[in-house]
Design a protein around this ligand. Structure first.
Ligand SMILES: [Zn+2]
Length: 472
């Protein structure tokens, strides 16, 4: 079999890997590229795969950089099934619809700006897909619970295992028969999707898969070690306290899925220990409210501790100062009010959604804080904030970045270097593991991870570029 690396190859967004056998073409993930608008738009429209020729898609989890191009795939003629876990299917129902709405709103906003300011130099934009395209994706989804096996195409089977990254996230074990039906040799490719961490709140730990011949592993933090999550609580407590003392607001751009819930979990813990200043916490994201409802109907994804909390009606997602904001007027009122507060809002990389409005309202004042808790891809507004550029462009207008910027990578839902090497090592102990292909990472972390893997006896690791093909 051959594996072609179409997206998330030497970069972190646009996850797409194509398994080609003599009898089938199966796509792993169909994620959206994020980054510089023009380039991202081009990459998203071109897709890089021949949609009608695909037999099936296997989807690792609901994050948009893994699922967000599915509506385009269907639009371009893909008519096969999409296999994923039940929780991912439900999350996609709300997350893809939200992505379609964000695109429609952004296109309207940008086109309005262009109409007003002809010297802006911007090109008019069209949404990439519509809510109708999303419905066509959902009609093709087949939910397969963890640790059950499904035949997805002739001679290709998939079994999902817990990945511990976000609700519903899966490590996929893909078994490929060389000659389907003849009982011939089978090879197992393991695709981590995004790999989570052990001992994170809410989710079960990542599972080890037996019998892998090849591993496709993410490498986002291939050159870093995370602080333990407990240390993050101390950091968060001091950020909240000093911003409160300055009379400022804390803006936390956050993925609506998982990160937002983990933040609430952490803030709730601070409050329980008397370390939370008396300030309101706004979850300003209609999507997060919907996602929290989906958490409630998928207890099969929780660890024992969270199952107990939910059973006892002590959900970490409800406390006195917490307000879920769906209404747009209320969202605008938060920025207009002078009172200190915490604003958790999407999108996670500050490219779209209400967080951009909150950043616009807060970043020019040094009493405020922007708290970055997730990975920021190159060329996103989030990355420019991480780099503490003196001026950043928001809605086409340059603004001074005077707010304090705090980066807290310890909240990461991604494995760090130690976790990634350990995971590959454990697979090697339990199977004939040979080739390791690093995906979903930038050049520097990938190089560091390859070197570290070599030190640990994992000699056959490579980092394929876009369009590269390997044979297994
Ligand atoms: Zn992810």
């Amino acid at each position: 079999m051959f594996i072609e690396f179409v997206g998330a190859a030497q970069t972190v967004t646009g996850s797409k890997h194509l398994i080609r056998t003599k009898h089938a073409n199966v796509l792993l993930d169909c994620g959206m590229f994020q980054g510089r608008r023009k380039e991202a738009n081009r990459l998203n429209q071109e897709l890089g795969v021949d949609a009608p020729s695909l037999d099936a898609v296997i989807l690792s989890h609901a994050h948009i950089d893994h699922s967000g191009a599915l509506p385009l795939l269907v639009r371009q003629g893909f008519d096969g099934p999409i296999y994923t876990t039940p929780a991912t299917r439900d999350l996609c129902a709300v997350m893809l619809e939200d992505a379609a709405m964000i695109q429609a709103n952004d296109a309207r906003f940008i086109n309005k700006t262009i109409a007003r300011d002809r010297a802006s130099g911007l090109d008019p934009v069209e949404p990439l897909f519509s809510v109708e395209d999303v419905l066509r994706v959902l009609e093709r989804m087949i939910a397969v619970p963890y640790r059950r096996t499904a035949e997805v195409a002739p001679g290709v089977r998939v079994t999902f295992y817990d990945a511990g990254h976000v609700l519903g996230s899966a490590i996929s074990a893909i078994d490929v028969e060389e000659s389907p039906g003849s009982g011939g040799k089978t090879k197992r490719v393991v695709f981590t999707g995004d790999l989570g961490r052990k001992n994170m709140p809410i989710l079960k730990d990542p599972e080890i898969v037996e019998g892998a011949h090849a591993l496709l592993t993410e490498s986002t933090y291939g050159d870093r070690l995370h602080k333990p999550i407990a240390a993050m609580e101390d950091d968060l407590a001091s950020v909240l306290e000093r911003t409160y003392q300055r009379g400022g607001k804390v803006v936390i751009p956050s993925f609506a899925l998982e990160r937002a819930q983990e933040l609430l979990y952490a803030i709730n813990e601070l409050k329980r220990r008397g370390r939370m200043p008396k300030m309101p916490v706004y979850v300003d994201s209609p999507l997060t409210v919907k996602i929290t409802d989906i958490f409630r109907i998928h207890p099969e994804c929780y660890d024992a501790e969270t199952r107990a909390l939910i059973r006892e009606n002590r959900s970490p997602f409800d406390f006195e100062e917490l307000r879920y904001v769906s209404d747009k007027e209320e969202s605008i009122a938060i920025d207009a009010s002078p009172e200190p507060c915490v604003i958790i809002s999407a999108s996670g990389m500050c490219e779209a959604g209400r967080v951009v409005h909150h950043l616009k309202a807060t970043i020019e004042d040094p009493k405020n804080t922007v708290c970055i808790v997730g990975f920021q891809a190159a060329h996103t507004l989030g990355r420019r904030i991480v780099e503490r550029r003196p001026r950043v462009k928001i809605f086409g207008v340059e603004r001074d970045l005077r707010a304090e910027v705090v980066i807290m990578n310890g909240f990461s839902a991604h494995a760090d270097q130690r976790d990634l090497v350990q995971y590959a090592g454990e697979l090697k102990e339990r199977g004939p593991l040979g080739r390791i292909a690093l995906v979903h990472g930038e050049e520097t972390p990938q190089k560091a991870l390859i070197a570290k893997m070599k030190e640990n006896g994992l000699d056959d690791a490579v980092a394929p570029g876009p369009g590269d093909v390997i044979e297994i």
